[in-house]
Design a protein around this ligand. Structure first.
Ligand code: NAP
Length: 306
C-alpha cells in the first residue's frame, strides 16, 4: 500500500502509539514517523528499539512539518499537549487523538488549535493491560473497531484520509457523536474496569484473612478480573475523572441490578437468577458471532496456564 501521510508525529510513546507505529510500518502507511514522550527514559527506550524513525526531545519539534499528529497520551494531559504544539503545526495538518473519552478531549484540545488544522478525534477499541513503549505490536488493531468523532465543520476529505489510515492499520472504522461515544464506552469498558478494580481490591483485603489462598486457587472468574485491574493507573484515573457523568449513570444502574440479584439470592428466587443469567449468556454469543472474541474454552488459554 502507498503511504497515506508523508509525515506522522506520535505524541506519547506507549502501548497505543507503539502499536500504531509497528502497524504503519507493516502496511507502509506513512513516510517518516517522528515521536516524543515526556521522559528521557521512554525516549531512550524508543531509540533503542527503533520505535519511530526519529525521536525528538520536544513535542513541538516532533510535530514540525507533520501531516498527521496523533496524541497518544493520557486523556488528562491532552489539553496541555495541544497548547504546547499549537504554534508548530503545519497548515493543513490533521490532529487526532486516541483517548478513551471524547467530550473532555474535544473541550480541552479544540480551543488551542489554530484554524488552519483539521481536528478529528478518534478512539481505537483495542488495548491490553500492558503499557509503555515496549508493549506495542502491529496486530493490535486487526479486526477491532476504531471510532472517529468528527467535530462540526470537519473536512470530509481529511476524515476520509484518517479513515483510510485506520483501515490500513487493520481496523473497522465507524463515526460516532462524542456524548454517545462516552455513554457506550461507560457501559462496555469504563464501568467494567471499575468493577474489576473493586473485585480485586475486595479479594486483596480478604487475602489478609485467608493468607495466600486467593492467589493460589485463583479461578478463571477472578483471574480475568485481575488482568483488567492490572491496567495503567494513570490512564484509568483520567478516564473516570473525565467521563464522570456517563460512568456514574451506568454505575447507578449497576448498583440497582446488583441489589436485585442480592435480593434474589437472599429470598431464594432461583427463577430470577436463571432468567438473568440466560439473558446475559445470549450477549456473550452475540460478541462471539460479531468476531470480537474467541469461543475457545477459557479464552483460548493454554491448559497448563490455568
Ligand atoms: P501508555 O502505554 O501508558 O503510554 C502513555 C504515553 O504518554 C507514555 O509515552 C508517556 O510518557 C506519555 N505521557 C504521559 N504523560 C505525558 C505528558 N504530560 N506529556 C507527554 N507525554 C506524556 O498509554 P496507552 O495505553 O498507550 O494510552 C494512551 C492513550 O490511549 C490514552 O489516552 C488512553 O486513554 C488511550 N487508549 C488506551 C487503550 C489501552 O487499552 N491501553 C485503548 C484505547 C485507547 P512517559 O513514558 O515518558 O511517561
Amino acid at each position: 500500500m502507498s503511504a497515506i501521510y508523508d509525515r506522522v508525529a506520535l505524541i506519547g510513546l506507549g502501548l497505543i502509539a507503539s502499536s500504531m507505529f509497528w502497524a504503519m510500518k507493516r502496511g507502509g502507511l506513512a513516510g517518516e514517523v517522528t515521536g516524543y514522550a515526556r521522559s528521557a527514559e521512554t525516549r531512550d527506550t524508543a531509540r533503542r528499539i527503533g520505535l519511530c524513525d526519529r525521536v525528538c526531545d520536544s513535542a513541538a519539534e516532533a510535530v514540525e512539518g507533520a501531516d498527521l499528529v496523533i496524541l497518544c497520551v493520557p486523556v488528562g494531559v491532552m489539553g496541555a499537549i495541544a497548547a504546547e504544539i499549537a504554534g508548530s503545526l503545519k497548515p493543513g495538518a490533521t490532529v487526532t487523538d486516541v483517548g478513551s473519552v471524547k467530550r473532555d478531549v474535544i473541550e480541552n484540545v479544540a480551543p488551542h488549535l489554530p484554524d488552519h488544522v483539521h481536528f478529528i478525534p478518534g478512539h481505537p477499541l483495542a488495548g491490553t493491560e500492558h503499557s509503555g513503549p515496549e508493549s506495542g505490536f502491529a496486530e493490535l488493531f486487526d479486526n477491532r473497531w476504531c471510532l472517529l468523532i468528527p467535530v462540526p465543520g470537519s473536512d470530509p476529505a481529511a476524515v476520509a484520509r484518517l479513515r483510510a489510515l485506520w483501515e490500513g492499520l487493520g481496523s473497522n472504522v465507524e463515526e460516532m457523536e462524542a456524548d454517545h461515544h462516552d455513554l457506550v464506552l461507560a457501559v462496555t469498558s469504563h464501568a467494567p474496569h471499575l468493577i474489576a478494580y473493586t473485585m480485586v481490591g475486595v479479594a486483596d483485603d480478604l487475602r489478609r484473612v485467608t493468607d495466600s489462598e486467593v492467589i493460589q486457587y485463583s479461578a478463571a472468574g477472578f483471574r480475568d478480573f485481575t488482568r483488567i485491574a492490572a491496567s495503567d493507573p494513570t490512564m484509568w484515573r483520567d478516564v473516570f475523572l473525565t467521563n464522570k457523568d456517563a460512568t456514574l449513570e451506568i454505575l447507578g444502574r449497576f448498583t440497582e441490578e446488583l441489589f436485585a440479584l442480592q435480593r434474589a439470592i437472599r429470598t431464594g428466587d432461583g427463577d430470577h437468577l436463571h432468567d438473568y443469567f440466560t439473558r446475559t449468556r445470549a450477549i456473550r454469543r452475540g460478541i462471539i458471532e460479531a468476531g470480537q472474541d474467541t469461543d475457545a474454552p477459557d479464552f483460548g488459554r493454554a491448559k497448563k496456564s490455568s
